[in-house]
Each structure stands twice: as structure tokens, then as C-alpha cells.
Design a protein around this ligand. Structure first.
Ligand SMILES: [Zn+2]
Length: 250
């Protein structure tokens, strides 16, 4: 076998391995996306719960304050009954009126804080509903991933062994070029030469359409052990049997 034939054999197994692995990877990506969305929802819930606690604490403080205003007002009412002079009576009455006003303000604030707290409670319930739904989707995604992983495990171990075998006959340097191109192009590491115009000696990389100098094409055609890459996409170039045959007939 020539170096190019070895590489084409490796390429075939490599593509199969990648295809099967991508089914598991897609399931993993889907699961990761669900986990991310759940984490976002959790953060949203924590934030809402924190704000809700603050609002409830504010309501409690305002109620305490309102309670002490009431207490003071009741005390003043007693004093009002027992007041001995008009001046004293008027002064107490004025204070009672002032306290009434403060109490009204406190009640208004407490009411609006209470409404805010209720709004937050409703929002928390909404987020919790979304968390429950997303959790179901996440759990299903987890099962799907486990199933796919189990499904392809045997196939994958056979293919990986085969890939390792095919790779073992390829030189380290060439394997590095092959792996890089395979990673860059989702397994499409080998580029057949494409004849654009035979009489004008025009050839290109069929993967990226980059024009190739004829002396490079000639070298590749002449010797199946020559490993050259497309200068544009860095895939490994090769001449198909069809192309070689056509040239022989010429
Ligand atoms: Zn190319």
C-alpha cells in the first residue's frame, strides 16, 4: 500500500468514528444546554427570593413602627382626657394629629411593600414552574445521552481499535497533518485533485477550489507515497483512481 492508500483507509475509519462519536456529542451538547438553562433559572429564583425576603423584612419593620406610633397615640389620648389647660390640650392634640399623619404614611408604605412582596411571590411561582418543566427536559436529555453512549460503545471501541491500527502505519509527521485537517474539517482531511482543464494543465483542490501549481499536481500523480497538502486548506491532496486512469489513457 502507498502512503496515500494508507491515509485513505485511515480517513474512512476516522470519518466513521467521528460520525458515531458526534451522535453522543450532540446528546451531550443538548444536555449541557439544559443544565445551563436550569442554572440560569436557579439564579433567577435565588435573586427573586432574596428580594422577596427584603420586602417582607421592610413590611415587618414598617408594621413595628406603625405599632409604636399607635401606642404613643393611645397614650396621648389618655393624656388628652386628663389635660388641665387649653395650651396643654392643644399641644397634645397637635402631636396626635402629626402621629396620625405619620401612621398614614407608614401604612401606605407597608401596603406598597406588601404588594411588591406579593408580586415577587407570584414571579417565584412562575420561575418554579419553569424549573419543573426544564428539569423534566434535562432528565430526558440525560437518559438519551446514557442510551446513546451505551448504544455506540461497542461499535466505537471496534472502530477506535481499527483506527489505531490504520494510524500505526502512518508516519508521525503525516499523522499530525492528517489529524489537524480532520479536526478542522469534521473528518474531511483528504482532498482529491480536481481537473479543471487538462490541456491548460489547470488543477485545483476539490474541497476549497484553490488552484494548484502543475508541478505539485504532477508530483502527486506520479508517486502515491508523496504527501502534500493544499496550500489553502491544508488538507492532504491525492489523485483519485479515476483521475489517474484518465491521464493514462491520454
Ligand atoms: Zn484545499
Amino acid at each position: 500500500m502507498t502512503a496515500i492508500e494508507d491515509l485513505l483507509a485511515l480517513h474512512m475509519v476516522d470519518k466513521q468514528t467521528r460520525g458515531i462519536r458526534s451522535r453522543v456529542e450532540n446528546a451531550q451538547l443538548y444536555l449541557d444546554a439544559q443544565e445551563r438553562q436550569l442554572a440560569e433559572l436557579d439564579a433567577e429564583r435565588s435573586d427573586l427570593e432574596h428580594r422577596s425576603k427584603l420586602a417582607q423584612a421592610t413590611v415587618a419593620n414598617l408594621e413595628t413602627e406603625a405599632g409604636s406610633v399607635d401606642e404613643r397615640t393611645n397614650k396621648l389620648r389618655e393624656e388628652l382626657k386628663n389635660s388641665s389647660t387649653t395650651k396643654q390640650y392643644n399641644a397634645i392634640l397637635e402631636e396626635i394629629n402629626n402621629l396620625k399623619e405619620s401612621k398614614g404614611q407608614l401604612d401606605d408604605r407597608a401596603l406598597s411593600e406588601l404588594e411588591a412582596a406579593e408580586g415577587l411571590t407570584a414571579k417565584i411561582a412562575g420561575v418554579e414552574e419553569r424549573i419543573a418543566e426544564r428539569t423534566k427536559v434535562r432528565d430526558a436529555a440525560r437518559i438519551e445521552l446514557d442510551e446513546r453512549t451505551a448504544e455506540v460503545a461497542d461499535q466505537l471501541s471496534v472502530l477506535e481499535a481499527e483506527r489505531a491500527l490504520k494510524a500505526s502505519v502512518v508516519s508521525e509527521e503525516t499523522l499530525a497533518i492528517f489529524d489537524q485537517a480532520a479536526d478542522d474539517f469534521d473528518g474531511d482531511s483528504m482532498a482529491p485533485l480536481e481537473e479543471i482543464d487538462r490541456r491548460r494543465l489547470e488543477y485545483a483542490c476539490s474541497c476549497c477550489n484553490f488552484s494548484l501549481p502543475f508541478n505539485l499536481v504532477n508530483t502527486i500523480m506520479a508517486d502515491g507515497n508523496v504527501v502534500e497538502v493544499c496550500q489553502e486548506c491544508l488538507r492532504i491532496l491525492y489523485a483519485t483512481e479515476e483521475l489517474r486512469g484518465a491521464l493514462v489513457k491520454k
